[in-house]
Design a protein around this ligand. Structure first.
Ligand SMILES: Cc1ncc(COP(=O)(O)O)c(C=O)c1O
Length: 393
């Protein structure tokens, strides 16, 4: 099937020769009946793993409803209201929501909200960032050349994403904002696609302070980190700061931009999206994600299981091949010595039944479902151990 697939579909960023059939818990099954431990959650889009009873219940509920899709900005529906209400219950006070289809579209709309207020001025984004592949989102992205070559850009100043508390670049940011009119600052808190780089505390605190002092809208892109991935609902909550605008998608099943009331365009037609608020089943499942993460203490589980994985992986550092292990909650990166090794390790893990993801230049990205337990972690890390042993020889 894969060869036929490639004949008619653009071969995007696929990394596995795996045709999915089904799944249960943290296990994915392919069409040949092979089973894999999933440390990817579909890039954080399946926080409850597979065949979760609550999600299955929603699917059954809608099995006899013939209106699964509506044009979300032409008609109202209960699911749209419920998911927005749930999302806002875990967002800063006084925020409003706008639902879209994807992460990139959430970013597009976050930029539009900022431009609407500030005018068509340059924005600020950061090196190695990833905010999506549509042209506006791509303008603020800089993780890989292949994503950008030949495509036109909106005006954006790109500054260093600082992971170090004493990085002198942190002190340059204010000078740039003081001397230029800026429409927005957009950043991830932990860069995902860029290679699992964790922003330093002083860096995030400084951009928040400057954004506030110079009245520049601060956008946190939580498309990958949001909804409990890092052990809190939002990664920015680790830093004790507040943004003006937040983007989310993946775990939410639909895209959303949430924003401080003062960024509401207060005029119909400025933003619209026919499907974002119209995929009734996706919205019902998205609302259920928030419910179950809360009910089952999955923020705590993300912290606890993430710490376990990091602790065990740390035992591999200092060896020839593994240079660094870093992460928060269940968003973890293992940096190896060479890209070629990273790719071979991922392939070998796959052959032995463990799915992980590449990120950045030479990082292995681990994003297990938030429901993961100690037993599955042990099984996954045992496979990791066997494969790494081979490469260290
Ligand atoms: C931080 C971040 N922003 C935006 C996006 C784009 O989301 P989507 O692929 O849903 O368009 C991604 C996707 O990986 C992401 O990680």
């Amino acid at each position: 099937m894969i060869n036929d697939f490639k004949k008619i579909i653009y071969d995007s960023t696929f990394c596995y020769n795996l045709v999915i059939r089904n799944g249960e818990g943290c296990i994915i099954e392919d069409i040949d009946g092979n089973k894999y431990i999933d440390f990817t959650s579909n890039i954080a889009a399946s926080p409850l793993g597979y065949a979760h009873p609550e999600v299955m219940r929603v699917l059954k509920e809608y099995a006899n409803n013939g209106v699964n899709k509506i044009a979300g900005q032409d008609f109202y529906c209960e699911e749209h209201f419920q998911i927005a209400k749930k999302l806002l219950s875990i967002s800063p006070n006084g925020f409003k929501a706008f639902l879209v289809n994807s992460g990139a579209e959430a970013v597009e709309n976050s930029l539009k909200l900022a431009y609407k207020k500030k005018g068509p001025l340059p924005g600020i984004s950061f090196e190695k960032s990833f905010h999506g592949r549509t042209l506006g989102a791509l303008s603020v992205t800089s993780s890989k050349d292949v994503q950008k070559n030949n495509f036109p850009e909106l005006p954006v100043k790109r500054l260093k994403f600082c992971t170090n508390e004493i990085d002198p670049e942190i002190d340059r940011i204010e000078r740039i904002i003081k001397n230029n009119k800026i429409a927005f600052i957009i950043t991830e808190i932990i860069q995902g696609e860029g290679g699992i780089f964790i922003a330093s505390n002083r860096f995030i605190k400084e951009i928040s302070k400057i954004a506030k002092n110079y009245d520049v809208p601060l956008i946190f892109d939580e498309v990958q980190t949001g909804l409990g991935r890092t052990g809190k609902w939002w990664a920015y909550q680790h830093y004790g700061v507040l943004p003006n605008i937040i983007t989310t998608a993946k775990a939410l099943q639909v895209g959303a931009v949430t924003f401080e009331n003062k960024y509401d365009p207060m005029e119909r037609g400025v933003l619209s999206s026919t499907w974002g608020g119209g995929g009734r089943i996706d919205m019902a499942i998205g609302a259920k994600m928030i419910d179950v993460i809360e009910r089952d203490g999955l923020l705590e589980n993300s912290c606890k299981m993430g710490n376990k994985i990091i602790k065990q992986l740390m035992e591999f550092t200092g060896q020839e091949i593994i240079h660094d292990v870093r992460g928060k909650g269940l968003m973890i990166g293992i940096e190896v010595s060479k890209q070629d090794f990273r790719d071979k390790i991922i392939l070998n893990l796959f052959k032995k039944g463990l799915l992980v993801l590449p990120a950045g230049e030479k990082t292995i990205r681990i994003l297990p479902p938030l429901i993961i337990d100690e037993k599955t972690i042990s099984e996954g890390l045992e496979i990791f151990h066997q494969v790494i042993k081979k490469f260290n020889r």
